[in-house]
Design a protein around this ligand. Structure first.
Ligand code: PMP
Length: 445
């Protein structure tokens, strides 16, 4: 086994990290994580850290869950990979049926890929081609929310709205309509968003394929929560105007918000749904795009080569990933993971109310086990920290020293603990985050 120094040297020499300013990367020695035990990560020196953001918002049952490991081992022995081109295999078929059963009743067909971005990309292509097949050739654009995040591929970036991540690529992207960001904690914002949508639909519905939305929570925007009723309202408006609804449940899906899918919190039936992250319990890369029967049927017909869906990745429906997903979904049900989410979410709510009292905390936001704690230089005026202060980063480093791994979005501290977290673990997370905020903000006050 290589030692930490050798790993770090090779990392600095060859690795390019995602969403990372590589110039600053060498300035703090990177933490080398070499183990995962339940809801804890273990570094190469054996120190344990609570996994406070579920690795990348993915972990459902913790790391190294024996039932998922067993399913993977059995699948590796049986069939490691095949193709969905002209063949099928048991795990893809069984998983498709299970997803069709669990998702809202409008969704019956499953197209597999490997990441949330590709699941969204596929939904965009299906929505576009659906309307072309229906003879509505003017439908070529989309409507999405300000500050939206749907992934990093070109189509997903096109419908994204986070200036820092997306603007540099604008010349490569297709045009879209943007509606205001609804924020439960900002009075009037949801009404503005609904009014924007009404205007866009009145003027452009015949050009719009779909409304694309992260239901209930805009995650990467900083855990921005929509007020009750917003989601069902905008989805109804889209449908009434002959516009499809694409629900991006990559972050919110699989229990994270308190329901199996966030759409179910408002009885919303989307036409397409993108799934990823928690699908395999956070163990293997797998994503799915769900479609309604009506959409699927538009791609059927007499033999006609133009009715194919022209898409398919080499690892589409990988059997090992599908086996992990089936084991994850079975465990979610047998362990009634949603009951644990309800209890832990209530505990988090109490903890967030405490954190809200701290000097530099200007907003706390929560939906189920998705939480954001926003920091600012001045509580009364809400004046933000200068970006160079990297206050969110200072807080997560202080938390790390105390044995918790979290990751901020700007100056919003994100808490996304594994859905299997215990009461003691959530108490530890909340205590450490409170201490880390006090330490970082007082140091720099
Ligand atoms: N959509 C949403 C709502 C997301 O939060 C993410 C990832 N954070 C994605 C899409 C992209 O998923 P991936 O990183 O797996 O491509």
């Amino acid at each position: 086994m290589s030692n930490a120094a050798e790993i770090v040297q090779k990392d600095l020499a060859c690795l390019w990290h995602p969403f990372t300013q590589q110039k600053i990367w060498p300035s703090e020695p990177p933490l080398v994580i070499s183990g995962g035990q339940g809801n804890w990560l273990v570094d190469i020196d054996g120190k344990r850290y609570f996994d406070g953001v579920s690795s990348l918002w993915v972990t459902v049952h913790g790391h190294g869950e024996p039932a998922i490991n067993q399913a993977i081992k059995e699948q590796v022995e049986a069939l490691d990979h095949s193709t969905m081109l002209g063949l099928t295999h048991p795990k893809a078929a069984l998983l498709a049926a299970e997803l069709a059963r669990l998702t809202p009743p409008s969704l019956s067909r499953v197209f597999f890929s490997e990441s949330g971005s590709t699941a969204v990309e596929i939904a965009l292509k299906i929505a576009y081609q659906y309307w072309q097949l229906k003879g509505q050739s003017k439908k070529r654009t989309f409507v999405s929310l300000a500050e939206a995040y749907h992934g990093d591929t070109i189509g997903a970036v096109s419908i994204g709205g986070i200036e820092l991540f997306h603007e540099v690529y604008r010349p490569l992207l297709f045009a879209k309509h943007t509606i205001a960001q609804p924020n439960k904690n900002k009075p009037g914002s949801a009404e503005r968003s609904v009014a924007d949508l009404a205007r866009v639909l009145a003027e452009h519905a015949e050009e719009i394929c779909a409304l694309v939305i992260e239901p209930r929570v805009q995650g990467a925007a900083g855990m921005i929560i929509q007020p009750d009723g917003y989601l069902s309202t905008v989805c109804r408006m889209a449908h009434e105007a002959g516009v499809l609804v694409v629900a991006d449940e990559v972050a919110t899906g699989f229990g994270r918000t308190g329901a199996m899918f966030a759409c179910q919190l408002e009885g919303v039936c989307p036409d397409l749904m993108a799934l990823g992250k928690g699908l395999t319990g956070g163990v293997l890369p797998l994503a799915a795009t769900m479609a309604s029967e009506e959409i699927y049927e538009a791609f059927l017909g007499e033999f006609d080569e133009f009715r194919h869906f022209f898409h398919g990745h080499t690892y589409t429906g990988n059997p090992i990933a599908c086996a992990a997903a089936l084991a994850n979904l079975a465990l979610m049900q047998s362990r009634d993971i949603l009951a644990n989410v309800a209890a832990r979410a209530a505990q988090l709510a109490r903890g967030l109310a405490e954190l809200a009292r701290l000097d530099h905390v200007v907003d706390v936001r929560q939906q189920g086990m998705m939480c954001g704690v926003e920091l600012a230089a001045d509580k009364a005026s809400g004046l933000a920290y200068a970006p160079g202060r990297r206050m969110g980063h200072q807080v997560i480093m202080a938390a790390r020293r105390r044995g918790v791994i979290i990751r901020p979005l700007g100056d919003t501290v994100v808490l996304m603990p594994p859905l299997s977290s215990s009461e003691q673990e959530i108490a530890f997370l909340l205590e450490v985050v409170g201490q880390a905020i006090v330490e970082a903000t007082e140091e720099g006050a």
